[in-house]
Design a protein around this ligand. Sequence first.
Ligand code: FES
Length: 109
Amino acid sequence: MKTFEEINLPAARYHLFLCAGPRCCTEAEGLATWQHLKAQAKAHHLPALRTKAACFRRCAEGPWLVVYPDGVWYSHVTPERFDRIRREHLEGGTPVAEWVRAVNALGGE
Ligand code: FES
């Protein structure tokens, strides 16, 4: 088995999945959050892989952000909300409880 470095991926603490619409939010809203997420992750050297997803089957209240391995689901993730999620959850280790819509850590019981 190879390490992430051996296949040219950075070591990561998180994997962020963002549904950028078009049904849970407008394409413009989704794209704005996606571009912001990518720029902030790079600027702050977040140890996070990033994936833009097509649909989480929750086609309202987007953009949706799912943070693994925690399994935390955030709705309505605007660029401004992402900044707080970055600071408190991704850098600080504490999810922004008031914006968490569900938790489903994989591998649980
Ligand atoms: S389009 Fe975003 S959850 Fe379905």
